[in-house]
Design a protein around this ligand. Structure first.
Ligand code: SPQ
Length: 451
């Protein structure tokens, strides 16, 4: 049953939709909030959920995954690996993957559809580069605009035969993999997806590959190789991996996604009289840029690290309403908070003074051009924000008002605008809210659980 409309004590969302929840056209957000209070169990990390399916599939044996994120993107990854012949069972609270090693993957007789997921297509290309069969990959409208040359070119250098629209730059893409030479490659952009694709190809190459990062990016792939019994060396942004390794199945408990927690961290900081406890948040240092920025801006935030030996660090975070000041966000910090920039932009509208975000050109090639979509949509609500070539400048202290805004099919833009609606006295109509299911299907339920 469709969970809308809500009539709760302090939030009142009205939905104007079609009969089908997943084809909802717009949602009316009218919040009269007197503080957000309560706790949220943060859903599984999207990046780690993807990788758990991929590594479970290329390892030998049975991998059980708990706290898997059932977001649309991760479901696309499951669907692709099933088409590649991997048996994946979905139970109520765990995923069971029957891996047969890289060699167990079979030529798919259907097109592999990655939906909206950049992570799926780029990492999958790295895996398929070493498989001696033909595959064809497509995605949705947004994927069709995202650059693939960054992975297809180095994979071609290693020996994979790849073609696609504009010479392999865009989907649809076809790949016939096989014998791979190792690669020694300096990444032209700070991208965990490109790094991971090359590591996954490197695991199948004949010899040792070296990948050099321009800035540190999320290291979930490297951690997962070790978790599955493989070897990868990392030394000051130089990653070395030997081909011909056999990975062994390993059970994975996926930590909560800090990129999802970010929406409630910001909501808790900017909605007056709030106090929210966010439980089981992944605190991998390559992802915690938002915490450092919020602390620098003066946020009242407490972290309690979990004392366990999980392959990914986790903890609980309490956030309270805070007086914030503007800041500069740039350089090596950017890859450590790249997906949080839309919600950080909203945070900055409520800080005192200016916030400058630079060195973030990569935002232009996400699900949308996130510099443009953030600036255009927040401006409609009264924010003072301007786009620059590599980021944005936000003047704080704005009073936001209602209006009609759109997610543009981008989950992170949709959630940022729903949090913005908490600050608006009049109704915000959010078009295309269903994109939010890409990474946080329970988003509105969790928001409404806060009393
Ligand atoms: O998977 P997708 O669509 O690329 O998802 C995004 C997101 O906002 O969820 C980016 F649009 O996250 C990427 C992230 O930006 C997930 C990711 C990963 O799991 O390796 C790495 C980052 O992308 P990149 O291109 O910087 O490596």
């Amino acid at each position: 049953m469709h969970p809308y409309p809500f009539e709760l004590r302090n939030l009142n969302w009205n939905i104007n939709d079609t009969d089908k929840g997943d084809l909802m056209e717009s949602i009316q957000l009218q919040a009269s909030v007197n503080g957000l209070k309560g706790e949220i169990e943060i859903p599984g990390d999207k990046s780690i959920s993807h990788r758990s399916v991929m590594f479970g599939s290329i390892a030998k044996g049975i991998t059980r995954v708990t706290n898997f994120l059932p977001g649309d993107d991760c479901l696309s990854t499951i669907s692709c690996f099933r088409k590649l012949g991997v048996k994946i069972e979905e139970n109520q609270d765990e995923l069971i993957i029957h891996g047969n090693g890289f060699e167990g993957l079979q030529e798919p007789n259907e097109i592999l559809d990655v939906g909206n997921s950049g992570t799926t297509i780029r990492l999958l290309l790295g895996i398929l580069a070493g498989r001696p069969f033909f595959s064809s990959l497509v995605g949705d409208h947004s994927i069709g605009k995202r650059p693939m040359t960054r992975v297809t070119e180095p994979l071609k250098t290693m020996g994979a035969q790849i073609d696609g629209r504009k010479n392999g730059a865009y989907t649809p893409i076809s790949i016939r993999g096989g014998h791979l030479n190792p690669i020694h490659y300096q990444l032209p952009v700070a991208s965990a997806q490109v790094k991971s694709a090359l590591i996954l190809a490197g695991l199948q190459a004949e010899g040792e590959s070296t990948i050099i990062e321009t800035a540190e990016t999320r290291d979930h792939t490297e951690r997962m190789i070790r978790k599955f019994g493989g070897v990868v060396e990392t030394n000051n942004r130089v990653i070395t991996v030997k081909g011909g390794q056999t990975l062994e199945a390993s059970d994975i408990h996926v930590p909560g996604d800090i990129s999802s927690a970010a929406f409630f961290l910001v909501a808790g900081a900017i909605v007056p009289k709030s106090e929210i406890l966010l439980k089981n948040v992944g605190l991998n240092p390559t992802r915690t840029g938002i915490i450092e920025v919020m602390q620098k801006m003066g946020a009242d935030l407490e972290i309690s690290l979990h004392d366990d030996d999980s392959f990914e660090p986790t903890g609980d975070i309490t956030i309270r309403t805070s007086n914030l000041r503007g800041t500069v966000i740039e350089g090596d910090l950017i890859p450590r908070l790249i997906d949080e920039i839309p919600i950080i932009a909203l945070l900055a509208t409520q800080a005192e003074g200016k916030t400058v975000i630079k060195d973030a050109e990569e935002l232009k090639v996400k699900e949308t051009n996130r510099i443009d979509t953030v600036v255009v949509e927040l401006t409609k609500l009264g924010a003072k924000i301007e786009a620059t070539d590599d980021g944005m400048i936000i003047t704080g202290g704005s009073t936001l008002h209602g209006g009609t805004v759109s997610s543009h099919g981008d989950h992170r833009i949709g959630m940022m605008l729903a949090i913005a609606a908490l600050l608006c006295n009049d109704t915000v109509t959010l078009e295309n809210p269903s994109a939010i299911a890409v990474s946080y299907p329970n988003f509105f339920t969790h928001l409404n659980d806060l009393k």
